[in-house]
Every structure is written in C-alpha cells, then in structure tokens.
Design a protein around this ligand. Structure first.
Ligand code: ATP
Ligand code: MG
Length: 553
C-alpha cells in the first residue's frame, strides 16, 4: 500500500538528488539535545529520519546535540536511546556533538585564518544593540578589525580558560546589513566555565548551535538534515559555514513540527510539570512523552502508524489527539486479550445453581483466532456491574431489571427474580435464576436475549487497582491559550479505582500483554504493579467518549 502512496516533499527531494547523482546514498540523523525526555513530536522526527533512510537503503545516526553543558544529563541520554529503540528503530552510529569539539575548534581557526571570524570583547547587550533591527542595518565595532594573528591568540586563550564567562565571544564576520539577522556577525563560541556531562572540565568554551549543527552533519556526511520550520532562517548560516569551511555539503530541509490538541510539546514545559509535581514524573502516563505513552500502554506500532498518517507538512497545524487515540485503538483491537473485570460490583446469587463451580470457555480475542481460548470459573455467586442493573428501567433497556433476562458472557441466560436491600434500602444483592439449557455453545433454550453482561465469580475473583486517565489539559490549543499553560491543567485527569474484581486469568498473564476489559476499555499493567497488588492503566477508552462530550457541548 505504501508503494501507491504519493511521495512527501522530502522524499521528492531525496529521489531527485539520488537520480541526479548528487549523493550515492542517503544519510540522515536524529539530533536530540539530551535535556529532557522525548515526546510525541520527537517521534515524528524519528519516524521521518529513520523512515527515509530505510526507504532508500541508507542509514541514520543518533547524534546527541550536547553542546550546552548546563542543561544536559546522561539520564536523558539513556532515556532517549530506550525510546528510539522501543519505537522500533536502529541507528547506524551513536554519536555526540561533544566528540567533535576538537574539530569544531579547528574549524573556528580556519575561519579566523580566512579573516571570517573575530574575537569580540563587547558585552552581550552591546552586541545586541550593534546588530541593528530588521529595518536598519547593524554596525561593526573596533574588535572586528583585529588581525587574524591577534584573533588566533585570543581564541586560544579563551580556550585555555584565561577569561571569565561572558567577557569575550568568537563571531563570524559576514554581513552587518543582511536582511537575515542571523547573518549579522553571529556568535560562534562563548565562554562558559561549566562541567559537561561527557567532556567534564576539558572545555570552557562551547560552540553555539549554528556552529555545531551543520558542521556535525558535515563530519558525518549527512545528506539530508531535516529539522523543523523555525530553523529556516538558520539555513543561510548553515550553508555559509559549510561553504567557507569547504567541507562535505550537507543540506538542511525544514518541515512543520507536530502540534497536537490538548498536549504540550516542549521539553522545558514538560520538565516544569515534573518539577512542580503536576505529574508523577517524565513517564507519567498522562505525559506526551514516549516513555509516558509506553507506560500507559500505547503500542509502538500505533505511534508509527500515527506519524505515517499525519504525513510531512510544510505549514504548521494542530493535529487532533483523537487521531493518535484512533491509531492506538486500531492496534489494540488486534492485539488485546479480552478479560472480564467488574469495576463497581453488585452481587448476584443464582438461587437454582448448585454449590461448586464449573469452567466456561471463552475466546481471548475474537479478532485473532491465534490468541486461543481460556477457561473462566463460574459459580453460584457472581459480581456484575452495578450500572448494568436498573430497578425501573425505561423501554428498550436490555440489561438486567426485575423479571428481565440477560446473558452472562460465554455462560448462561439468567433472570432477575428478587432485589435484596439492607435496612437503609440500598440494594445489596440480586437473587436470580439461571437457565441450565442456555449454556453458551450448547444453547437449547430457544430464548433470545438482547443484553450480554460481563461478570466474575465472587469466590474466584482477584482484585486490582485501576488508574483511569483523561486529557492532561482542558483546552485544545494549550501552547496558544491565554495565561500560564499550567492554568489549563485538567484537575480530573487521573481517577483511581482502588479495588476492582477481575477474573483470575489476569494473575497469570504476561505483564507485557495488552488487555481489553470487556465493555470497559483497553488496559496495560503499570510499573507499580506487583503480584500482591495489581495495578492497571487505562490506555484508552473503547470509543471516543470525548468527541461525544464536545458535540453535546
Ligand atoms: P523541545 O522544544 O521540545 O525541547 P527541541 O526541538 O528543542 O524540542 P531537540 O532535542 O532539539 O528538541 O529535537 C530533536 C529533533 O526533534 C530536532 O530535529 C527537532 O526539530 C525535532 N522535533 C522536536 N520537536 C518536534 C515536533 N514537535 N515535531 C517534529 N519534530 C520535532
Ligand atoms: Mg532544543
């Protein structure tokens, strides 16, 4: 099917480059800064970069863009590797921009020698002021006239640690009147006496993004360097550096970043949610992080499918999170083992059922015969959902009501004979009778009922805790909503049901399995779960209840 799909604009570029012989192979990279956990927006970039290389028989590097010592950490490096692998991709090389510090330093010297870079002693506000404005040109200061020799020496002294933070920078000498503000003698290096998570204290000068990214691409022979639209103004500088350094001609291409409703996609803001305790951590199942989605039970395949469906756009838009949930349901419907779990129990006694028990057979997944069948214990005392019984039902109510019949899933047809109450009038149990000849698979009763209920045997039931999640934010476009983004947090995004009653199969099930609790939703074992206290996350509801709410207004 993918064969027939039309090419996205980046694939068109790649195919044109290959057929023109511009490159013989495609090399891409995914370049995260290790300053936080990856989110669904990064998943889009991963699928795009790895997907392109795969499609055209090339390769993809995982490059940590770790040129900013202050915010970066090895915890993030490890989480990023886990997430990329979990998404189903393999990188050709694990690389670090910090490994190129020596070469970048040499590149800077090359520019100095060509008279294309100089050391500037001005304070940062002076530099900003001298830059001019988009409508008026900037002006050079006297430091721009330093000789190459002087610049070489000063730059070497910067590297040796002779100067304090902020006292000097290395700037490219380009064009103070350029209509592109980034070309007005941009800063290439700054002094920062800071410990780096990989290079330790070896360096006290660090390259700026614009002097690190393109050169790193070039060092790795990256053919197509794909980034998001906000980097369009950087492209000119990217090309300027590569061309003046006379190194491998990598090229930058931009696509629209993924934005999604009810979601934030900024590591800085996600970190704020973690630090301020709005969520339990980076992998809180409500987070838009890959680790949160994994913990919640989203299959990697669903995320890849989502990234594929949204395509590659040239203009920013806001994707409905409902599409991601749709992809998750599509996968889970195929994968999930069906289990019966009663959330809010109402006891039911089958007064004509003998003591003891029997086992009824039911399929694990009607969508997948290979998933097989299981035996579920059935006995005289059962739990059904309290909401599946109504004492005074309206017409066309097909669930249980006094005198009315329903089928218990994969077992028998029952009829409600009597409602039992406590002293306060609350319903405590239902007395029912079952039709022995109505057993599923061997039904000779001739009776048709419209309602089928899930149930568990009281004596055999195991208990579990459920965590039900709703959207973390109340507004669609969180990034553009008024005020602080944290003002829009949904206070009801987590609901815990401390004790539900489940069929015993769940105790034996593989922790990696996906479940559909019949009529209730898709669930996945949480990492807090243990045999003495099972904990499940609701991955997604069976249907899109939110869409209905919106329509109702
Ligand atoms: P954030 O603002 O969330 O920190 P970032 O762009 O600073 O994101 P990086 O670690 O620099 O994060 O990003 C690694 C790669 O992922 C970059 O190529 C970036 O363009 C891409 N990327 C980041 N966010 C998105 C997004 N929302 N949609 C698509 N690609 C993205
Ligand atoms: Mg960044």
């Amino acid at each position: 099917m993918s064969e027939e799909k039309s090419l996205n604009f980046i694939e068109e570029i790649v195919e044109a480059d290959l057929s023109a012989g511009k490159y013989t192979t495609v090399v891409t990279r995914f370049p995260p800064e290790p300053n936080g956990y990856l989110h669904i927006g990064h998943a889009k970039s991963i699928c795009l970069n790895f997907g392109l290389a795969k499609k055209y028989g090339g390769s993809t590097n995982l490059r940590f863009d770790d040129t900013n010592p202050v915010t970066e950490d090895t915890e993030y490096v490890e989480s990023i590797k886990d997430d990329v692998r979990w998404l189903g991709f393999e990188w050709a090389n694990e690389l670090y921009a910090s490994d190129y510090f020596d070469r970048l330093y040499a590149f800077a010297h090359k520019l100095i020698d060509k008279g294309l870079a100089y050391v500037d002693d001005s304070a940062s506000d002076e530099i900003a002021e001298q830059k001019g404005t988009p409508t008026s040109p900037g002006r050079r200061n006297r430091y721009a006239d330093r000789t190459a020799e002087e610049n070489r020496q000063l730059f070497a002294e910067m590297r040796e640690g002779k100067y304090p933070d902020g006292s000097k920078v290395l700037r490219a000498r380009i064009d103070m009147a350029s209509s592109n503000m980034l070309m007005r003698d941009p800063i290439l290096y700054r002094i920062k006496h800071a410990h780096h998570h990989r290079t330790g204290d070896a360096w006290c000068i660090y390259p700026m993004y614009d002097f690190a990214h393109g050169q790193s691409d070039s060092i790795e022979n990256i053919t197509h360097s794909i980034c998001t639209l906000e980097f369009i103004p950087h492209r000119e500088l990217y090309d300027w550096c590569i061309s003046n350094l006379e190194i491998f001609p990598s090229h930058q291409y931009e696509f629209a970043r993924l934005n999604m409703t009810y979601t934030i996609m900024s590591k800085r803001k996600l970190l704020q949610l973690v630090n301020e305790g709005h969520v339990s951590g980076w992998d809180d199942p409500r987070m838009s992080t890959i680790s949160g989605m994994r913990r919640r039970g989203y299959p990697a395949e669903a995320i890849r499918d989502f990234c594929d469906r949204i395509g590659v756009a040239k203009r920013e838009n806001l994707i409905d999170v409902g599409l991601l949930e749709f992809c998750v349901r599509e996968q889970l419907n195929k994968l999930a083992l069906r289990r019966m779990v009663v959330f809010d129990p109402l006891k039911l006694v089958l007064t004509n059922y003998p003591e003891g028990e029997e086992y009824v057979t039911t399929d694990n997944n009607p969508e997948d015969p290979a998933a097989g069948e299981r035996q579920v214990p059935f006995s005289r005392e059962l739990y059904i959902e309290r909401e599946d019984f109504m004492e005074n039902p309206p017409k066309k109510y097909f669930r249980l009501a006094p005198g009315q019949m329903v089928r218990l899933k994969s077992a028998y047809i029952i009829r409600c004979d009597e409602v039992i109450r406590d002293a306060d009038g609350h319903i405590t149990e239902l007395h029912c009778s079952y039709l022995p000849e109505s057993r599923s698979g061997a039904d000779t009763s001739g009776i048709q009922v419209k309602g089928t209920l899930h149930w568990v045997s009281v004596r055999h039931a195991i208990t579990a805790e459920l965590r039900l999640y709703d959207r973390l934010f109340k507004v669609e476009d969180v990034a553009n909503a008024e005020g602080e983004f944290t003002d829009h947090l949904n206070p009801d995004s987590l609901q815990v049901i401390e004790k539900v009653y489940a069929e015993p199969a769940l105790l034996q099930d593989d922790a990696a399995a996906r479940f559909q609790f019949l009529r209730k939703g898709y669930f996945h074992v949480d990492k807090d779960s243990n045999p003495g206290n099972l904990v499940f996350n609701r991955t997604v509801t069976l249907k899109d209840t939110w869409a209905k709410e919106v329509k109702k207004g």
